[in-house]
Design a protein around this ligand. Sequence first.
Ligand code: SF4
Length: 324
Amino acid sequence: MKDLFDYCEFGDLKLNSRIVRTGLWESQREKSGNLTPEIYNRYENIAASGAGLIISELYSLYPRDVFSKYSNTTHYSRFVREARDLTDLVHVYDVPIFAQLGFVQFNKRTEQNIKIEDVTVEDIRKIQTDMIIASQKFNYGGFDGIQLGLGNYYFLSRFINPNFNTRDDRYGGNTLNRLRIVLEMIKVIKNTTGLHINCRLNAFDGTTNGMTLDETIEICKLLEKHGVDSLQITRPRSPQFFTLENKETNPLVDAAEKIIGSVDIPVILGGGSNSQSQINRLLNSSSIDFISMQRPFVHDPSFLVDWHMEGNGVSGCRTCNNCY
Ligand code: SF4
């Protein structure tokens, strides 16, 4: 019998439960980027509550990206020192913590939201270098891993998607070519840091000529082959009013099981649950071992404490999405 509070292995890491807390974006930081006491308190509460793994709020690669008003960045002078304080706090509870890294638009001076086909090879080298430098900062900051944002409609999810990437050079065309921008930087991050690398990607996108589950599976295999340590499966748009209970009520369940059957690295199923009994039923009726939760932690960072005591908890979050 599996239980969400099982002590379990996640690749090279040990987790205190099967619940992965994935952050949204940070609304409590100072304008300068500095972390406020509320942020340290929240992370400590999440770690103490029984979360198995914490994935941070989004760190936007570029401070002027469209979510910059809400996103953390690594672009301020005290970043490494504050990151070290934050990760030390979480590690007291033997909880690993990953930094979530991504960006939505690629901009150059007056050119905004540059299309994939207009990104030059020099631009690709800049993006890769910026991602590698950010990863090295996370490494110095004491993070155990990074989560690369290849999902939702972030820039890299569009870059690997045939619906958006119509390039005819070695960064476009077949699956391997579209994924090359990611694989090249993963190789350097693996060689220069000790970070666990998790990739968060869409199971499918439902658009004409877009990403199918079969291609996502091919991408997952390539990511594994090139050193990625774990995956998180999500969807392009935020899940709303889905329950996790079975594949009839959440189409991601079936997709996640097919991906789990195709790779030998841990796979996290993303989002959509607010009930302890639902999660335990899903764990015991499928090959899914790890569940990501976001908004229940926004509603109450300590809700897992109550779940642990009650045994049949339900989050007060109603998935209204107002926190977006
Ligand atoms: S109830 Fe709505 S606003 Fe509150 S955490 Fe849940 S989704 Fe966000």
